[in-house]
Design a protein around this ligand. Structure first.
Ligand SMILES: C[S@@+](CC[C@H](N)C(=O)[O-])C[C@H]1O[C@@H](n2cnc3c(N)ncnc32)[C@H](O)[C@@H]1O
Length: 269
């Protein structure tokens, strides 16, 4: 009996679930972002939102001595991360849980640091800030990455893709303004280098898509889905000059909307 073609969801998971991470980023960038928060407590309570399979969760476990709660809405990613935590003996201070950013149900003022790589845009930055702010202790930090335009007039092809994926995407200064308006002080930001797109993300993605093309070589429906998924790294090769991922670090202010007199640390590559 012929086997049924895998669904889009299944193939999506076979590609993305097999990667060390599901978006751009790497350990070097996580370490660099942490240098922007020097007065973090020695044992911070950290919340990692939209953790995927936990690429950055594991970096945070190495780079901090704190407790970490990692949340993602995709159960297979959380299953994957939970297995890794068991394997690495990290379950004592790192927990992974299925949950929705929009409905976290966590106690107010319970974290020193909220970390989120490539996930807050799903809610829109203003809404995400409004959700994160009450969860942080006064003076707590929010560190997140977000896609931004790096040119004033991006090519039409790039605009078309982001119009579907992230229609409200702005430039760095737009995100800084949202941070200030959302009850945070921006304390620093930097652009992710190209290595952060390739090492742990697009290079393993291309390898995995190639392997799955061989596996499903006689399944035209699966090959069509893989061709679609496989376009993303090529899109980045062609249009990566027009957009970037920016790491933003912000600090919760005691009063919402106060940014007066604060100097933002701009780091250059
Ligand atoms: C681009 S991936 C980034 C994953 C990971 N942070 C990384 O950088 O490798 C975005 C992640 O956010 C999760 N996500 C999207 N919307 C979410 C929501 N409303 N609640 C929880 N997780 C969400 C997705 O399941 C996905 O794992």
């Amino acid at each position: 009996m012929p086997t049924a073609s895998p669904s889009f969801q299944d193939l999506f998971h076979q590609v993305f679930g097999a990667l060390p991470r599901q978006g751009p980023g790497n350990r070097v960038c996580a370490a660099r972002a942490l240098t922007l928060l020097p007065d973090l407590p020695a044992y911070p309570a950290v919340l990692d939102l939209g953790c995927g399979v936990g690429g950055q969760t594991l970096h945070l476990a190495e780079l901090t001595a704190g407790s970490i709660l990692a949340i993602d809405r995709h159960p297979p990613f959380i299953g994957h991360l939970t297995a890794t935590l068991v394997e690495r003996g990290l379950t004592g201070r790192v927990r992974a849980r299925v949950g929705d950013l929009a409905d976290l149900g966590l106690p107010a003022a319970s974290f020193d640091l909220i970390w989120s790589e490539g996930a807050l845009y799903n809610l829109g930055i203003p809404r995400a800030l409004a959700i994160c702010r009450p969860l942080l202790r006064d003076g707590g930090y929010l560190a997140f990455t977000d896609a931004v335009w790096r040119v004033e007039n991006p090519p039409a092809a790039a605009r078309a893709v982001f119009a579907a994926d992230y229609p409200t995407m702005g430039r760095v200064e737009d995100v800084l303004a949202l941070i200030g308006a959302g009850g945070f002080e921006p304390v620093g930001h930097f652009t992710l280098p190209d290595a952060a797109w390739w090492e742990d993300f697009y290079t393993p993605m291309e390898r995995q898509v190639r392997a799955l093309r061989e596996r499903y070589h006689d399944d035209p429906a699966a090959l069509a889905v893989l061709a679609e998924i496989g376009q993303e790294p090529d899109f980045h090769r062609r249009h990566g000059d027009a957009y970037a991922y920016e790491f933003f670090v912000a600090r919760r202010t005691s009063k919402s909307g106060s940014t007066a007199g604060h100097e933002v640390k701009k780091e250059f590559e």
